[in-house]
Design a protein around this ligand. Structure first.
Ligand code: ZN
Ligand code: ZN
Length: 392
């Protein structure tokens, strides 16, 4: 049955390249969402637009049974494309540098295949979400009642993964992507003459001590069995050789995989800043922002995701470790069991001349793996819906 997916590929590749040429930013995916909604309607699906902003949900029902959610993200990045490809972005400063054009096309391919074959009993909800890149489109859909309006026993997504060769797939039970937090610290002295430091709190010195202290938090305040990252990425203050500035600003990021570590870092960071500023006679202002939580797969669904990948001929293995990048599918996984899969994009490998990481100005989804993603989504739906319906 999966062989018929091959017939869909030329049209899916054309569709994907059209999206690539017409990228849209977070919550501005009007053209993309419109094309997706039209395509789903043509297939006879029940289509809901404007879910969580520009999100689209297509519902395919066939008999009684469980319900599964399959998710793709539709947004591009605010960056210049430099690929020089015939289907390169037509818009300056917007680029499908994360391959979400491929995700959208693959999920649409799965919808086409399942709509015409209907070899399942139950409901498939095709979830096309806006704004994965930093704006939390998944959370917007969840807040808009995604899972109340479209109940799902489990939810699945994939990401094209350039560090993995084509034909391979990885996921793991537990965390697969990190929580991403940001901190902005303002250290307030008073400002004064640099020749009279005894009369002025030294915000530069306090900032320096804070940078050093923050770099000890992961090693000293987190369980050694867990992992986390804290990086100070900006330090700004002063403009002269003989003036002590009134303020110094620090910014940085924190990545973690579990709520205990995340809470511990946030509270230790605030304590450190407050204590060091107090000792230096400065005041501190700390804004700690949690963007995305960790993306945490449930064990049963991670195993199903790998079985689905293996069943369509992919080399499917448990990922040894999670990635420190983050992903807003995390918000959906907080609500429902599910799993997130890395789909190999190779043959490009790290170190080879044509290797392009995600978010590279020349990044382009590899159309050669389009069929892999379509088949995986179809196989996931098949395995999920073949299970005994859950008791309400
Ligand atoms: Zn991205
Ligand atoms: Zn992405």
């Amino acid at each position: 049955m999966t062989d018929t997916i091959d017939d869909l590929l030329p049209e899916l590749v054309r569709f994907r390249r059209d999206l690539h040429a017409h990228p849209e930013l977070a919550f501005g995916e009007h053209r993309t969402a419109g094309l997706v909604a039209d395509a789903l309607r043509e297939l006879g699906l029940e289509v809901h637009e404007g879910v969580g902003g520009t999100g689209v949900v297509g519902v395919l029902r066939h008999g009684e049974g469980r319900a599964v959610g399959l998710r793709a993200d539709m947004d591009a990045l605010p960056m210049e494309e430099r690929s020089g490809l015939p289907h390169a972005s037509l818009f300056s400063g917007i680029h499908h540098g994360c391959g979400h054009d491929g995700h959208t096309a693959m999920l649409l391919g799965a919808a086409r295949h399942l709509a015409r074959t209907r070899g399942f009993a139950g409901t498939v909800n095709f979830i096309f979400q806006p704004a994965e890149e930093g704006k939390g489109g998944a959370l917007a859909m969840v807040k808009d009642g995604l899972f109340e309006r479209f109940p799902c026993d489990a939810v699945y997504a994939l990401h094209n993964w350039p560090d993995l060769p084509a034909g391979q797939a990885r996921t793991r039970p537990g965390p697969i992507m990190a929580a991403a937090d940001r901190f902005d610290i303002t250290i307030k002295g008073r400002g004064g003459h640099a020749a009279m430091p005894h009369r002025t709190p030294d915000a530069v010195l306090a900032a320096s001590q804070i940078v050093v202290q923050l770099n000890t938090l992961v090693s000293r305040r987190i369980d050694p069995g867990e992992s986390a990252v804290l990086s100070v990425t900006r330090i700004e203050g002063g403009h002269s050789h003989n003036v002590m500035p009134a303020e110094v600003a620090l910014t940085g990021t924190v990545r973690s995989f579990d709520a205990v570590s995340q809470d511990a870092i946030e509270s230790a960071l605030k304590d450190s800043v407050e204590g060091l500023c107090h000792a230096a006679g400065c005041e501190a202002d700390v804004v700690y922002t949690r963007y995305y939580p960790a993306t945490v797969n449930t064990a049963v669904e991670a195993s199903l995701a790998l079985r689905a990948a293996a069943s369509v001929g992919l080399v499917a293995e448990v990922a040894e470790r999670p990635a420190f990048t983050s992903e807003d599918f995390a918000f959906m996984l907080r609500e429902r069991p599910g799993a997130y899969l890395w789909l190999g994009q190779g043959p490009r490998r790290t170190g080879e001349a044509d290797y392009r990481p995600l978010h590279h100005p020349c990044y382009d989804f590899n159309d050669a793996v389009m069929a892999h993603g379509v088949r995986w989504f179809v196989a996931v739906a098949g395995l999920e819906l073949a299970q005994v319906p859950r008791l309400a």
